[in-house]
Design a protein around this ligand. Sequence first.
Ligand code: GRF
Length: 221
Amino acid sequence: MNVAVLASGQGSNLQALLDACGGPASSAVIALVVSNKPDAGALARAAARGVPVATIADDGQDADALLALLRSRAIDLVVLAGYLKRVPGTVVRAYRGRMLNIHPALLPSFGGPGMYGRRVHEAVLKSGARVSGATVHLVDEQYDHGEIVAQWPVPVRPDDTPQTLAARVLAVEHRLLPAVVLTLARCGAASRLGPTPEVLDAIARLPHPALPRSLDDALAA
Ligand code: GRF
């Protein structure tokens, strides 16, 4: 399964994917990394691994250019990993069910327009929530809105700052996102029509070595 990663920032989630998908036996190949920021750390991480990279217009709205890039590498699955621009509707439609996003909170809470980066964690702390976490979901036309594929909770501690909470969430993002991508690849999903409800169910149910077995395990981490 050929995977493209879109990223605007440092690319630590991309790194986790590169590390997880690097082996010759891996059924998922990171075949393309695209950024709207020429100086994104994600591009340097990809280039260091010999993965093809490309930049697109900063506003991310040139749908034809993005689709041409994805098609030129026969991309089966698109992963938004810290990608801060709205994906044009044409591209969302072309990859419906085959485009994932990772969000640093437990959706449907703390998502939507303007909820990215530090703001997410500030909002969680302000709310008094005792649990936050990471969510992987399918991308649709609205920010942080598509079907939830997998989540991983972490505790919010009384002395947390946005930075300490962000670091705790990011650590589980690095395990959750590769686990989802590798499970999709193993199931042979996301090749043409996207993951079926059965595959989504399999992701939710099958124990994966990288995932906590229970809510208690996750919160004890
Ligand atoms: C992550 O917290 C991700 O959930 C969010 O943006 C951040 C990207 O971090 N969408 P990185 O660039 O992968 O380090």
